[in-house]
Design a binder for this molecule. Structure first.
Ligand code: 6PG
Length: 238
C-alpha cells in the first residue's frame, strides 16, 4: 500500500488542497470529485474556502458525495450540510456542479436515483461510474464510506450506490459501493490520529484478520490508491 506521512493533519490538508488545485485547474474535462464526511475533511474544506476561493477554477469541478447520513441537509449530521457551510457556500462553484445525496429522501429510492445520476454524469470503468478522485476516511472500526464491517457485502454490491447502516446507531446511510470506489481513477485515504494507528498498521502489512475491515478492500482496479497519514496515524508503521 502506498502512503505519505505528514507531520500534522494541517500539513496533510494543505497538501491535499494543493493537489486538488493542480488537478482541477489542469483537467481537460470537468473534474469529478467525491468527498467523504466525518471530521478529517473539515480542515481541507476550511483551507479550500479561505485560500483557494480565487485560485481554483471552480467551474471545472463537480462535487459528489461518497456517502450521506439519512437526515435533512440542514441537520447537524449532514455531510452535505457540513461541506456546504464550511466550503461550497464560500466559493464560486456553480450550483449545477454540486450533486447532493438527498439524505431526506427514502433511502432505497435515493440510492437508485444517485446511481442513475452517476451513470449519467460520469464515464464508466469496469462497469461502474468512474470518478477522477475519491477522498475517503476510515473509522475506528475500519469502515470507509458508509460500508461498515457487518455489511462487507456492500463492497461487491451490483449497484453503484446502496443503502448502508451505522450498526451502532442504526442510522441509515446512502453510500457508494465498493465497486464504484474501486472504479475510480484515483483514491486518497485521509487518515489522522493515534486511534487509527493500529488499523493502519494491520492494513498496511496485510495482517491476519485485516479483511474484516472494509477499508482493507479498497483496491482500485488501476491500483491508484494512496493513504495520506499524519504522524500519529502512521506511528505504528515500520
Ligand atoms: C461519514 C464518513 C465516514 C468517515 C469515517 C472517518 O459519513 O462519517 O464518510 O466514512 O470518513 O467515519 O471519520 P473521521 O474523519 O471523523 O475520523
Amino acid at each position: 500500500m502506498q502512503y505519505k506521512v505528514f507531520e500534522s493533519a494541517n500539513l496533510m490538508a494543505h497538501q491535499v488542497a494543493t493537489l486538488l488545485h493542480q488537478k482541477i485547474n489542469s483537467s481537460p474535462h470537468r473534474f469529478n470529485l467525491a468527498i467523504s464526511g466525518g471530521s478529517t475533511p473539515l480542515l481541507l474544506f476550511d483551507i479550500l474556502a479561505s485560500q483557494y476561493a480565487q485560485k481554483l477554477n471552480w467551474q471545472n469541478l463537480g462535487v459528489f458525495w461518497v456517502d450521506e447520513r439519512c437526515v435533512p441537509p440542514n441537520h447537524s449530521e449532514s455531510n452535505y450540510g457540513e461541506a456546504y457551510s464550511r466550503w461550497l457556500s464560500k466559493v464560486n462553484i456553480p450550483a449545477q456542479n454540486i450533486f447532493r445525496m438527498q439524505g431526506e429522501a427514502t433511502p432505497e429510492a435515493e440510492a437508485q436515483r444517485y446511481g442513475l445520476l452517476l451513470n449519467n454524469q460520469l464515464g464508466q470503468n469496469a462497469g461502474f461510474p468512474q470518478f477522477d478522485l475519491i477522498l475517503l476516511g476510515m473509522g475506528d472500526d475500519g469502515h470507509t464510506a458508509s460500508i461498515f464491517p457487518p455489511q462487507l457485502h456492500l463492497m461487491q454490491h451490483a449497484n453503484p450506490v446502496a443503502v448502508g447502516q451505522n450498526p451502532y446507531s442504526g442510522q441509515n446511510r446512502i453510500t457508494l459501493t465498493g465497486n464504484t470506489i474501486n472504479a475510480a481513477a484515483e483514491v486518497l485515504f485521509l487518515v489522522t490520529g493515534q486511534n487509527k494507528a493500529s488499523l493502519v498498521k494491520q492494513i498496511a502489512h496485510n495482517m491476519a484478520g485485516c479483511l474484516a475491515f472494509p477499508a482493507a478492500h479498497i483496491k482500485p482496479v488501476n491500483e491508484n490508491v494512496t493513504w495520506y497519514l499524519d504522524s500519529a496515524a502512521a506511528s505504528q508503521l515500520r
